[in-house]
Write a protein that binds this ligand. Structure first.
Ligand code: 4AD
Ligand code: MG
Length: 431
């Protein structure tokens, strides 16, 4: 019996005979040779067939196998300096499992609309494959960071009775006789969990009915949200910084082949080290005006403002104390200037913009009730949340990191839509 191997771990089989199962990504032939580019889900590898080693039928079948046919090949793993992965397979057995129909995605250029319509197939291609493997590493690193630093995973509900991040981006759904909303953030429940467990995190899909078409917005995205009892804004920023350094370094360690496939210049990622720049909102506005933006004090940042600001720095920037009016109802006010909130956004370098949003929460019952009123939110829906300020209220803080924006930045690609297998956007619900 020949041992079954995967391309990802092919190095440990050097010189051995193995079996690979996968799909034909590409091929070329030259008289006596066929070069099969096989992908097995874990990687891409060249498999070489010599005419003399096969019956004419098998050799012809290999030579004419259509793109994306499924195959089983056996052969010997040989080191090859020209190969990206350092090895190729000298094939001695070839089995065509299924000869594919004419594959719609050919090596020529296709428009994004076409590719998105064929997303179920597009994810097989080299770059999409690389992006989604980076994503998997980001998620694993996120979990490891929190699991290893005293945070307890406590997941929060997806059906919710009230808004967390403003009422304009709520998705409504029928919930038997009632209306419910798809969660915009697990934060409010996370706060309850933090009062029960100290340091917690939740990690799941979140939903925003984003009506704008931008390269940073999805309607369904994954967010990890840590929340810490007895924590202030400064401590919160230190955690965000430490966490991000860890995630970036893990991706650099684990995903060399993928980042190379994406032609990602890793030098800017290697510079993601502590300390990050910390910038007060008022200083950020001054800086933006110097850089030519017409933003005024009191305005929220637009995507372009984030882009030009982060282009000035060689590592992430943490902008803190945005005007309370730009932020959600739960933000604590700055004791030194009540127009400001104890909020922080982490902006990724190279023009990528906001990847983290968070801050210190209002811990006073009275102030919180006043804010709910001011934001015209239904008070009854927040009664349980007020209880957290009635029974042992403490300073607490947390943040949310968007997985897709983080992966977009780490991969150095333009649009968030390629960082999730099946993106959901304003005009896309299929496939
Ligand atoms: O800044 P946001 O809205 O913060 C919150 O939801 C807080 N309740 C989190 C917390 O403190 N626990 O969202 C956090 C992050 C953003 O920085 C961004 O990375 C991502 O979530 N995000 C989106 N990603 C893709 N598409 C969208 N429409 C996004 N909206 C937010
Ligand atoms: Mg935000």
């Amino acid at each position: 019996m020949v041992e079954r191997a995967t391309i990802e771990t092919i190095a440990k089989h050097e010189g051995q005979e193995v079996e690979l199962r996968g799909w034909l990504f590409n091929k070329r032939s030259s008289g006596k040779l066929v070069f099969l580019q096989l992908r097995d889900g874990t990687g891409f590898m060249q498999c070489v067939m010599f005419k003399n080693d096969f019956t004419p039928e098998v050799f012809e079948a290999a030579k004419h196998a259509p793109q994306e046919s499924s195959l089983i090949v056996c052969g010997t793993v040989r080191a090859d300096a020209r190969s990206k992965i350092g090895f190729e397979l000298s094939v001695n057995r070839f089995e065509l499992l299924h000869a594919a129909e004419e594959y719609p995605i050919t090596p020529k250029e296709h428009g994004t609309g076409f590719l998105m319509d064929h997303r179920h197939l597009w994810i097989r291609s080299r770059l999409q494959h690389a992006v989604l493997r980076v994503r998997a590493s980001v998620i694993r690193a996120i979990r490891d960071y929190f699991d290893n630093n005293g945070f307890l995973l406590v997941d929060t509900p997806i059906f919710t009775p009230a808004a967390c991040e403003g009422t304009t981006t709520l998705f409504e759904t029928k919930y038997f006789e009632q209306m419910a909303y798809l969660t915009q953030s697990g934060q409010l429940y996370n706060e309850a969990n933090a009062m029960a467990f100290g340091k917690v995190y939740c990690f799941g899909p979140t939903f925003r009915a984003e009506k704008s078409k931008t390269r940073r917005h999805l309607t369904e995205f994954w967010m990890v949200e840590p929340e810490m009892a007895f924590c202030d804004l400064d401590e919160n920023m230190r955690v965000a910084e430490d966490f991000l350094v860890y995630v970036v370094s893990r991706v650099l360690d684990e995903r060399k082949i993928e980042l190379e496939a994406l032609e990602r210049d890793t030098a800017p990622l290697e510079r993601v080290q502590k300390p990050f720049h910390r910038l007060h909102y008022s200083d950020a506005i001054r800086k933006l005006n110097e850089l030519g933006s017409d933003i005024s004090w009191g305005d929220d940042f637009g995507g372009d403002d984030e882009t030009i600001l982060t282009q000035q720095y060689d590592r992430p920037v943490m902008v803190h104390r945005y005007p309370a009016a730009c932020k959600a109802f739960y933000m604590k006010k700055d004791p030194e200037d009540p127009r400001l909130s104890m909020s922080v956004d982490v902006l990724a370098p190279e023009g990528y913009g906001e990847i983290v949003g968070g801050g210190q929460r209002e811990e006073s019952l009275e102030n919180l009730m006043a804010e709910v009123e001011k934001h015209q939110l239904p008070r009854e829906a927040f009664e349980w949340y007020f209880d957290l300020r009635r029974y042992g209220s403490v300073p607490h803080a947390g943040f949310g990191l968007g997985v897709e924006r983080t992966v977009t930045w780490l991969c150095g690609i333009r649009h968030v839509r390629e960082t999730i297998a099946f993106p959901r956007m304003l005009e896309r619900l299929t496939p």
